[in-house]
Design a protein around this ligand. Structure first.
Ligand code: ATP
Length: 443
């Protein structure tokens, strides 16, 4: 089987309108990306899948959309102003910049090969700062949030008082985060502007370890439900040198990206650190009164923190296959789960004439009520199937001369390429059932 490389994914993403480099006509901006027509649909679908799992299917999780700009004291309380730094070195020869913890400082520069060329490591804060209001003085400095979690902690009291939630409960949020990353290679894996899907689970101190293992299980099950191959997912527990100073325990879900195993999501036991910090810095009580036992305590927090844009890269890498067919032809196919595929159903009239395209067009408009559809009349049918395979469309519906006689169509399945004849009255139900029962065939 042909190897999946980052170059192949980047090239498909550009060619088929998934992801473009930001401001490309000006030479591009490092660490920033634009999601094209296919990419935005894929990203939204993954987001919606997560949101539904968390806030609709799971008990006791409510949603939040906090603002990106927050009071600057938030980031003092959270520790980001003093601690959110990476050690940085420059090559004195070619001026390339690296994270000191990602290279061998006694070795040669990875860019130009010069030995002993690095500057002393300097700490570099990853938060982007800007100014609010008309005066750009130090008192007006604010930050673009580097994580969505703090919005959740800061609104903890508001939610307890307004939403009838009882501990244990969770708050889920999806949104943009910003980090001035020193190295932004590997496409959208590490970008300066990205999106996170975070859920903070508030529980009684003492029950945190049990919830921590519960959420580890849930989060791994999520990726399997999303149709990701289990053999491409694994756990990594943080050792003492990796563990954040406030965390009691932390595991990463890693995915086998084209460049190797890398973090996809973190599941962290953050104890009562964040709420205690906000209580100290704001002077406002952040505790919870248990209505049954009348106990008052600051809850512990188990956090599940996933990158949405990193999930997009995972979905693309996991789905990508160059499949050699009988007869030697190669097709590029994306095996997305039908629930996240940018287009669910393509409607393809076999020919334009004799009313076939009109029939297909009417059918496509009807299917729009239930699915994201795509209508394509141009080119040989085989080529149209290939185009749909390349963007991961799980179902193609072909309208032909027989359709005009008996109102049946050919339904083609992307992964198996199997074709079945289906009455149009049963199309929605057949596609719905196939989606519900979808199983990714492990490569
Ligand atoms: P790293 O050590 O790799 O910089 P991190 O451990 O600081 O990352 P977290 O703060 O735990 O990452 O962030 C949670 C999740 O957010 C990560 O698992 C990842 O999916 C996503 N994420 C973090 N930084 C970025 C980024 N620069 N670009 C894209 N996604 C990111």
């Amino acid at each position: 089987m042909a190897e999946v490389t980052m170059d192949k994914i980047v090239s498909l993403c550009k060619r088929r309108g998934f992801i473009f480099q930001s401001s490309e006509i000006y030479g591009g901006l490092n660490g920033a990306y634009d999601y094209g027509p296919m990419g935005v649909q894929l990203k939204n679908n993954i987001r919606d899948f997560w949101w539904k799992e968390m806030t609709q299917i799971h008990d006791g999780i409510v949603g939040l959309d906090a603002s990106i700009l927050m009071h600057p004291r938030v980031w003092e309380a959270s520790g980001h102003v003093s601690n959110f730094t990476d050690p940085m070195v420059d090559c004195k020869q070619c001026r390339s910049r690296f994270r000191a913890d990602q290279i061998d400082l006694n070795g040669a520069c990875p860019t130009c090969g010069t030995k002993e060329s690095f500057t002393e490591p300097r700490n570099f804060n990853l938060m982007f700062s800007t100014h609010i209001g008309a005066d750009a003085d130090s008192g007006s400095t604010i930050y673009l949030r580097p994580e969505t979690a703090q919005g959740i902690y800061v609104d903890f009291k508001n939610i307890v008082q307004s939403s009838r939630v009882k501990i244990p409960f969770g708050i889920a949020q999806v949104g943009k985060s910003f980090r001035n990353e020193i190295t932004t290679k590997n496409f959208i894996f590490r970008s300066c502007e990205f999106e996170q899907m975070e859920m903070q689970w508030f529980c009684k101190p003492g029950s945190d370890e049990q919830w921590f293992s519960y959420w580890r299980e849930q989060r791994m099950a999520f990726y399997e439900k999303l149709g990701i191959q289990r053999s491409s997912l694994r756990w990594h527990q943080h050792g003492p040198d990796e563990l954040a100073f406030y965390a009691k325990d932390a595991y990463d879900i890693q995915f086998l990206f084209p460049m190797g195993w890398q973090e996809l999501e973190g599941v962290h036991n953050r104890t009562d650190y964040d709420l205690t910090q906000h209580q100290t810095f704001s002077g406002k009580e952040m505790n919870y009164l248990d209505p049954e036992s009348n106990e008052r305590y600051i809850p512990y927090v188990v956090e599940t923190s996933a990158g949405l844009t990193r999930n997009v890269l995972m979905a693309l890498s996991d789905a990508y296959e160059e499949e050699t067919l009988e007869g030697g032809d190669v097709r590029t196919v994306l095996h997305f789960h039908p629930k996240i595929a940018p287009v669910t159903v393509a409607v393809l009239p076999l020919v334009k004439k004799d009313g076939i395209a009109d029939y297909a067009s009417r059918l496509e408009k009807e299917l729009r009520e239930d699915f994201v559809t795509f209508f394509d009349v141009s080119g040989a049918i085989g080529r149209r199937y290939r185009r749909m395979d390349e963007i991961g469309t799980p179902y193609c519906v072909t309208v032909d001369y027989d359709t005009l006689q008996d109102d049946t169509v050919t339904l083609r399945f992307r992964d198996s390429m199997e074709q079945v004849r289906v009455p149009i009255t049963e199309l929605v139900a057949t596609i719905g059932k196939a989606t519900k029962e979808y199983k990714r065939v492990e490569a």
